[in-house]
Design a binder for this molecule. Structure first.
Ligand code: HEC
Ligand code: HEC
Ligand code: HEC
Ligand code: HEC
Ligand code: HEC
Ligand code: HEC
Length: 276
């Protein structure tokens, strides 16, 4: 029984890793492919470009809004928008009216014609499927940042560590983030044999977001108190998958999380094997 389970788990790991390998040399995702689906990878400018159409479903004249994370995250930390301005960490869950934006809330806090282009330029935001004039080209805009194979093809963590980007902690640039420099090792417990254990670094996360981005809504802040966490849930957008696979580096990059030394595989002992 044990060896059948182990064999199944091994197959799952091999299949997942083969899929990742294929994806790297594969075709890009088609237009409109669901966000959680990354058997095909998105082109860099579409990765983390959140489509918002909550209040636009019946609109014939206006396209859905496309919010490009890559165009904002060099200048603003996640905290500015997700803690201070009230955008939720899931597409289409924040209730936003155009009148809110015109009154200087949400996008309108910055898109006022001074900090960034103003609210009258409808098509620059309502841009889904359109060729937009005035927008930057991702490879020019991000050309000085360290490269990566995945996502926006930018290693955002490295960019931050090297000081190549300095996202503000608050809108006026005066605020500070509470940085916690503590690593948590999350042992992989679900299957055997399994990939190396996961290291979760608080530092890189708390340099960009407040504790309340994760605690208590995504993770209980106690080691081992999130026993239901597993890879399938992460792939379907829970736990680490709230951000990784949507905005932060995608899940294809297995060993960036499973970064602890691999344990030697111990086959089940002979005497435990089922009798013939
Ligand atoms: C300038 C504002 C802004 C900044 C900065 C920002 N976000 Fe967002 N984010 C948004 C908006 C707007 C949405 C869409 C919310 C909605 O539709 O309800 C969003 C959605 C998301 C989602 C959900 C995406 C999905 O497909 O469901 C995630 C995850 C996310 N942001 C993570 C981050 C992380 C991590 C950072 C920092 C690296 C960050 N955001 C920085 C504005 C921002
Ligand atoms: C800075 C970005 C931005 C600009 C510019 C912008 N919008 Fe929007 N608009 C949004 C966002 C974000 C939403 C919310 C999308 C959602 O969740 O459905 C929205 C929603 C809407 C809605 C549906 C909600 C409601 O209030 O009925 C309408 C209608 C709308 N916009 C009209 C316009 C028009 C007309 C213009 C140009 C005069 C415009 N918008 C310019 C970002 C923008
Ligand atoms: C915290 C400030 C801030 C918020 C909030 C914000 N933006 Fe921006 N946005 C900027 C700045 C700054 C730029 C770059 C300057 C410019 O293009 O005018 C920008 C650029 C953009 C661009 C152009 C990207 C390109 O191609 O160069 C789009 C599209 C955009 N924002 C959409 C949105 C939408 C939609 C929202 C709300 C859902 C939003 N932004 C919220 C500050 C903000
Ligand atoms: C990006 C998400 C995220 C953010 C932001 C975050 N944490 Fe955590 N935190 C985690 C995860 C994941 C764990 C590990 C939980 C587990 O072991 O099941 C954890 C564990 C903890 C623990 C228990 C660790 C231990 O060693 O016992 C504490 C205490 C904690 N966090 C405090 C904080 C504080 C304080 C902040 C803000 C300064 C913060 N966290 C920000 C994700 C986050
Ligand atoms: C709320 C959003 C969020 C959640 C949840 C989250 N992360 Fe992250 N993580 C980020 C952001 C933002 C970065 C910066 C790099 C990037 O965006 O690609 C990052 C970076 C990392 C890095 C740093 C890589 C490096 O090169 O230094 C590791 C490792 C990591 N995350 C692991 C995890 C693990 C494991 C979990 C779940 C236990 C998790 N993260 C949950 C947002 C998140
Ligand atoms: C963003 C971080 C992150 C990335 C990237 C990641 N994992 Fe995981 N993985 C985790 C966490 C956290 C767990 C849960 C550990 C626990 O609580 O047992 C896990 C668990 C697993 C497990 C154990 C079985 C299970 O369901 O819990 C397998 C197998 C696995 N991951 C395979 C992979 C493969 C293959 C990839 C690359 C395609 C990958 N992981 C990428 C964070 C990550």
């Amino acid at each position: 029984m044990q060896s059948i389970k182990s064999f199944k788990a091994l197959l799952v790991i091999i299949a997942a890793m083969t899929a990742v390998f294929l994806v790297r040399y594969g075709v890009y995702a088609e237009e409109g492919a669901p966000a959680g689906l990354y058997r095909k990878i998105k082109p860099p400018e579409k990765y983390g470009s959140t489509v918002m159409d909550r209040g636009l479903k019946d609109s014939r004249d206006l396209k859905p809004v496309v919010f490009p994370h890559w165009a904002h995250r060099s200048d603003y930390s996640c905290k500015v928008c997700h803690t201070d301005l009230g955008f939720k960490l899931e597409a289409n869950t924040t209730e936003i009216k155009q009148s809110d934006i015109e009154a200087g809330k949400y996008c309108g806090k910055c898109h006022n014609g001074t900090t960034a282009f103003g609210v009258k330029e409808c098509e620059r935001c309502h841009s889904y499927g359109l060729e937009v004039k005035g927008g930057r080209n991702i490879s020019d805009a991000l050309k000085n940042l360290p490269k990566d194979d995945f996502g926006n093809r930018v290693n955002w963590a490295q960019a931050l560590k090297e000081g190549k980007i300095k996202p503000r902690a608050s809108l006026d640039g005066q605020g500070k983030l509470e940085v916690l420099d503590s690593d948590v090792i999350i042992p992989v417990t679900k299957y055997d044999p399994h990939p190396p254990d996961v290291l979760f670094p608080h530092k890189i996360h708390t340099q960009q977001m407040a504790c309340d981005a994760c605690h208590p809504s995504i993770f209980k802040d106690k080691k081992g108190e999130n026993p239901d966490m597993n890879m399938m849930k992460i792939i379907s957008g829970q736990y680490c998958g709230v951000c990784h696979g949507r905005v932060s580096f995608p899940l294809d990059d297995c060993f960036r999380c499973h970064s602890q030394p691999a344990k030697k595989y111990e086959p089940p002992k002979k005497e435990e094997a089922p009798k013939k």
